[in-house]
Design a binder for this molecule. Structure first.
Ligand code: HEM
Length: 482
């Protein structure tokens, strides 16, 4: 329904401005037509390029189809197109991923769609590129192994509370909103020391709107996903500012500790020029972390529940592994780092889930200087797109790609650059280990308590931009007999 409305709006938008865009169109086309030796492909319609096809294959649940169709038509390694208003070359497969990930800051650099700059206009008037560099500098302190080890017991405490409150004594639940609640509460607790459910619940809807608008057409008109995302970001930023100001007071009065979480760390860390980050800047950083860090992991948790419902023999193996760990603990003892390291089969299952349903479908880079790749010219300023969803479904790397088979991750696992849910190279997701912990703690607490079955056996999958079951995965819970 929302898509139909949105499509009509888009058509109206395109037709009403097409005349005035005539000259712009030629300007837009010129880099495509005048440069020799570009990769094969088509730029699609003026301004919107092939964005609609790119997004709509996701809405239909098969984001990799956009790439597969064009690989058959043009080239099996790279093709040109135009996405989100930018001339783009799509890099297909492991050797292209390797090239892209190993040439970070040499030939290519990070690039986020313009939407990201508009939804997160930074208080410092710098680009998302600069901001993400700063973010990467701040994170190691917070995501280093010693810190992560400490989080396991906190995650287990929050998971136990979450399951007791939202799952136990229920016969049916809807998984996706609950998974989001779990990962979001964890993020609020570990990033900002907030664990009051009612405080956290206020953010749920705005975050949903924000995620939906980041990869969408940048049409800022009442009712569009982009417009809703901007409003949601403003709402959340205001709430975060309140939290930041309170923390400043608490730190000054000795009621909060300088090392208790990433918020204190940001407030008390200077940059190279000896300056502290301002409040708005901190709010934007926390907002970015909350977005990057909770929706992705909740999509992974949701798909784990889906696949374990569909594959009872896999469920049984996960159950066996988790119960061995549960039975080795004394009453009330929380999970620890050693327990997490024993969850090898469960993590292989989670990886196979992220192979089939990667939370992020891929990512963009910007070309820093002209270069030649596989005999084709790659011009400065163009955008490159790498695709996890396409790479993961390639039968050359994953025989019978649609088959769920966690043994693919045994031993040395998949060949490098073929399994890329977290990206690769210097820009690989800095939250990868944190995500592994929260996902495994979720699996432990879930299978220990329940078996379950899907209430909609053939529920469709929608990718917009994260994968989600169309009805949010309602299930019937079957608690284990005491
Ligand atoms: C299953 C969960 C997750 C998945 C699948 C995932 C995936 C990714 C991917 C694909 C990228 C882009 C890499 C690239 O462009 O090459 C990324 C970036 C990022 N992720 Fe994650 N992520 C997850 C969880 C997290 C968590 C829990 C955090 C925070 C604690 C986090 C923080 C970030 C940040 C800050 C970036 C941007 C890094 C930069 O700009 O250099 N992610 N993630």
């Amino acid at each position: 329904m929302e898509h139909n409305f949105y499509l009509s709006l888009l058509l109206l938008f395109v037709s009403s401005i097409s005349l005035s865009l005539f000259f712009l169109f030629y300007k837009h086309r010129s880099p495509f037509t005048t440069r020799p030796n570009l990769p094969p492909g088509t730029i699609g319609y003026p301004m919107i390029g092939e964005t609609l096809e790119f997004l709509s294959t996701g809405w239909k649940g098969h984001p990799e189809k956009f790439i597969l169709d064009r690989m058959i038509k043009y080239s099996s390694e790279l093709f040109k197109t135009s996405l989100l208003g930018e001339p783009t070359i799509v890099f297909c497969g492991a050797s292209c991923n390797k090239f892209l990930f190993t040439n970070e800051n040499k030939l290519v650099q990070s690039w986020w769609p313009d939407n990201v700059n508009k939804v997160f206009p930074t208080s410092l008037q710098t680009s998302s590129k600069e901001e993400s560099k700063k973010m990467r500098k701040l994170l190691p302190q917070f995501l280093k192994p010693e810190a992560l080890q400490r989080y396991v017991s906190v995650m287990d405490t929050i998971a136990q509370r979450h399951f007791a409150y939202f799952w136990e004594n229920k016969t049916e639940v809807t998984v996706y909103p609950l998974a989001k609640r779990y990962t979001f509460l964890l993020a609020c607790r570990l990033f900002m020391s907030i664990d009051d459910e009612s405080h956290v619940a206020k953010f749920a809807e705005p975050f949903h709107l924000l995620a939906g608008g980041i990869i969408s057409f940048p049409i800022d008109f009442p009712g569009t996903p982009f417009n809703k995302a901007i409003k949601a970001a403003n709402f959340i930023r205001k709430e975060l500012l309140g939290i930041i100001r309170q923390r400043k007071v608490d730190l000054a009065e000795g009621k909060a500790s300088p090392t208790q979480d990433i918020l204190s760390h940001m407030l008390l860390t200077c940059n190279e020029d000896g300056q502290y980050m301002n409040e708005l800047d901190i709010a934007d950083k926390i907002l970015g972390l909350l977005i990057g860090g909770h929706d992705t992991a909740s999509a992974a948790c949701t798909f784990i529940v889906k696949y374990l419902a569909e594959l009872p023999h896999i469920y049984d193996m996960v159950y066996q592994e988790q119960m061995e760990i549960a039975n080795s603990k004394s009453a009330g003892e929380l999970l620890n780092w050693n327990d997490i390291n024993k969850m090898k089969y469960s993590w292989n299952v989670a990886c196979e889930v992220m192979r089939l349903a990667p939370p992020l479908q891929g990512g963009f880079r910007e070309v820093m200087n002209d270069f030649i790749f596989n005999g084709y010219s790659i011009p400065k300023g163009w955008k490159l797109y790498w695709s996890a969803c396409y790479t993961h479904k390639n039968q050359e790397y994953f025989p019978e790609p649609e088959k769920f088979d966690p043994t693919r991750f045994e031993g040395n696992g998949p060949t490098p650059y073929t399994f890329v849910p977290f990206g690769g190279g210097p820009r690989m997701c800095p939250g990868k280990e944190y995500a592994r912990l929260e996902i495994l703690v979720f699996m432990h607490n879930l299978v220990k308590r329940f078996k379950w079955e899907k209430l909609i056996p053939d529920e469709k999958i929608v990718v917009n931009p994260l994968p989600t079951p169309a009805k949010n995965l309602p299930i019937r819970l079957l608690p284990h007999k005491a």
